[in-house]
Design a protein around this ligand. Sequence first.
Ligand SMILES: [Zn+2]
Length: 149
Amino acid sequence: MKCPKCGHLDDKVLDSRAAREGASIRRRRQCLACEHRFTTYEELVKDELRVIKRDGRREEFSRLKIERGLTRACEKRPVSADQLHDLVDQVIESFEGEGEVQSERIGQAVMVRLHRLDEVAYIRFASVYRRFTDAEQFRQAVEDIADKA
Ligand SMILES: [Zn+2]
């Protein structure tokens, strides 16, 4: 942890104790360079997002699965793997603390962000994700994009 006084990166932990009824851990630290003492709180990061599927079943959110779909949609498009990774990070963050989220909402969150990155990739992803039941729906989605452009 970076010392708030001198910026040194090494410290030792003097004391650790549970805080907020065990929801976080409070640590007293001492900078190894200037001996300044400071406090940090460590909290559990909830990244165990669960997906509620259309049929009501639950499954673990799979970053791999979404990234695979995005990578396919972005084939030969000017979108980097890093950008896609960031996109999925943003999606996960946007649902932080919710625990369970409908797959449609996750799809929407992905599509809104993908639309900003690349429209062709967006249409490809949307066509797979939404499983357009007919050509009319697909045409509508494409026109929606054209209207906003
Ligand atoms: Zn220091």
